[in-house]
Write a new protein. Structure first.
Lengths: 307, 274
């Protein structure tokens, strides 16, 4: 009791040595990740930002000293390019039309499946989810085949007396066709997320509303949807991050055409890369990144408020 | 009560019709893949193949080198999965169970890069990989995806729930961190490892943009790259062949999905990030 200090001092030096040892071990655990992630993610991420302020072209891979700093010239060129503005419009339409459609279908499915139980529900769940796991390139091939002028879609329409258009070669219908396919492929994800959300809606709230004489539709509008709001928002953000990057559908089905009707920002970036305009491509990708980052920021807020 | 049962019957009838429509593209793909070119171009299209043929498939397995593309896809996917399982778990463990300077910064970086799309990094990545002389190599296809922030996040979240007492007991017994990680932590991590493995395999198998620019000759093409180049090249209207290719890409992943559906669906519901 007379010298309570000595052991504390000893403990703290032992403690700090232990702490330092643990720090080394911990960074040892992180090392492979830090290396790979640093080289293949952080460097390109910053590199892309840097390149967007230069006149970097394909030729400069061999002679990087010929690269000049050009300030915001690439961004000026980008927003001055009517094709980039078209790409932003197309991407915006894809998101603004695609998201509500996907969400509505997914919500309807989730509501229908939520009331049931057992094997039959899991069968439906698996079926509607199946397109999510498939390669976009592979399903784009069959959709292109279905949407041919005399393909399955138009044959079905002709049964009810409608002469369908040449979907993918018609500048009015090409984008709606791609949106339709995206809805088909992505509904499964949202359905699962919404189902999980619905299962968290407490049963007694429903019973209370039923006691008060609220019908099914009334309960949906006044009880279920408000309680589901965070899940709905989360789903919207998740899907929009994916939709903002749409590329493969256009690459395989329309090549961005006809007349740039399905040219997305990601596709524009890929094209500029193909032309060797790396500076411009980087600038375009950063504009897209900025939008996605903003959308993700909203998501973080939502996730946090959920906890 | 009978009203309710009736309502349910209506719901299930509508759902069944919807499901059939939903799966129709798959059926149409499978049926088209065994039609010959003459039948596939016929107007109006036939529903059931008149003379089912395996010719489209034998072309893929013959001069189109399907096995090369398949092996490329498989090698890349398996290596990517292994890398993610090991490396993401290691970081996840350090972040969940150890104290070290820089921890907060590391985790913040992981969270911030969670949503970085491939389209943002592929241009400088291409420049780097060409500079390294790795273009058109397996290393180029695998290395950029060997770890992923989503995996770190997933593993950390799960490992936070492992009781500290369990690790303390092992430490008192003199076990080193590596041993604790390998013998105690990893065996408990079955569920998140399964989810991470499946998510990674799926995104690698279906990955497109990077392999499209990084693989430059046929012997390095992955399946989606090969199919996309055939479908936009001279075979653009050879639908029998293209549909057979689609079937060959989709069937392995569908089988995997049906076998492991619980993990797929859990993965989506819990992470909500894929």
């Amino acid at each position: 009791m007379t010298s309570p200090r000595t052991p504390t001092v000893v403990n703290s030096t032992v403690g700090s040595r232990l702490r330092r040892k643990q720090a080394y071990i911990a960074w040892g655990f992180c090392l492979p990740f830090v290396l790979v992630f640093g080289i293949f993610m952080l460097v390109p991420l910053l590199g892309s930002f840097g390149m967007s302020f230069t006149d970097f072209t394909a030729r400069d891979i061999r002679s990087p000293f010929a690269v000049n700093f050009v300030g915001i010239d690439q961004y000026t060129a980008l927003f001055g390019d009517p094709r980039f503005r078209q790409a932003m419009l197309v991407t915006g339409l894809f998101v603004v039309v695609g998201i509500p459609l996907t969400m509505t279908v997914a919500l309807a499915l989730a509501l229908a499946l939520n009331s049931g139980s057992g094997r039959i529900v899991s069968l439906f769940r698996v079926g509607f989810y199946a397109p999510v796991v498939t390669s976009i390139v592979a399903v784009s091939v069959v959709w292109r085949y279905i949407l041919q002028p005399e393909g399955l879609a138009n044959q079905a329409l002709s049964l009810i007396g409608i002469q369908g258009p040449d979907w993918l070669n018609d500048s009015t219908w090409a984008l709606p066709s791609l949106i339709l396919m995206a809805v088909w492929r992505n509904v499964g994800t949202l359905m699962i997320i919404f189902l999980a959300g619905l299962q968290a809606v407490p049963q007694d709230v429903h019973e209370a509303a039923m006691m008060d004489g609220a019908g099914g539709f009334r309960r949906l509008i006044s009880v279920t949807l408000p309680l589901l709001r965070p899940t709905l928002l989360l789903g919207a953000v998740l899907i929009s991050v994916g939709y903002l990057q749409f590329f493969e559908e256009a690459f395989v089905m329309t090549k961005g055409g006809p007349l740039d009707a399905t040219l997305s920002v990601a596709y524009y970036t890929y094209q500029q890369f193909g032309f060797g305009e790396y500076g411009l491509a980087s600038a375009a990708s950063y504009v897209l990144f900025l939008v996605i980052a903003l959308v993700s920021l909203v998501q973080f807020r939502l996730l946090r408020s959920q906890d | 009560m009978s009203f309710r049962i009736k309502g349910r019957t209506v719901t299930y009838t509508v759902l069944t019709a919807g499901l059939l429509a939903w799966l129709l593209p798959f059926a149409w793909m499978a049926l088209g893949s065994v039609k010959n070119q003459g039948e596939i171009l016929r107007r109006p299209p036939t529903w059931w193949p008149e003379n089912p043929t395996g010719e489209n498939y034998s072309q893929w397995f013959g001069h189109l080198h399907f096995s090369t593309f398949f092996m490329n896809s498989l090698i890349v996917a398996v290596l990517t999965v292994l890398g993610n399982l090991v490396f993401c778990s290691m970081v996840g463990y350090a972040l969940a169970k150890m104290e070290f300077p820089g921890k907060k910064l590391l985790f913040a970086t992981v969270m911030v890069t969670l949503m970085v799309p491939g389209v943002v990094t592929f241009v400088p990545l291409f420049v780097m990989v060409s500079k390294m002389g790795l273009l058109n190599s397996y290393a180029a296809l695998v290395l950029p995806f060997l770890t992923a922030p989503i995996g770190v996040f997933l593993m950390r979240q799960f490992m936070l729930g492992i009781p500290e007492a369990l690790l303390e007991a092992a430490r008192i017994d003199g076990a080193g961190e590596l041993r604790i990680f390998a013998r105690i932590v990893m065996p408990l991590c079955g569920p998140p490892l399964a989810t991470l493995g499946i998510l990674t395999f799926l995104s690698s198998w279906n990955n497109f943009l990077w392999p499209l620019v990084a693989a430059q000759s046929e012997d390095r093409y992955t399946l989606p790259v090969a199919l996309s180049l055939y479908s936009t090249g001279q075979n653009a209207t050879n639908y029998g062949l293209l549909l057979a290719g689609s079937v060959l890409i989709i069937v392995p992943i569908l089988l995997l999905f049906v076998a492991l559906q619980r993990y797929f669906i859990q993965g989506v519901a819990t992470t909500g990030l894929k």
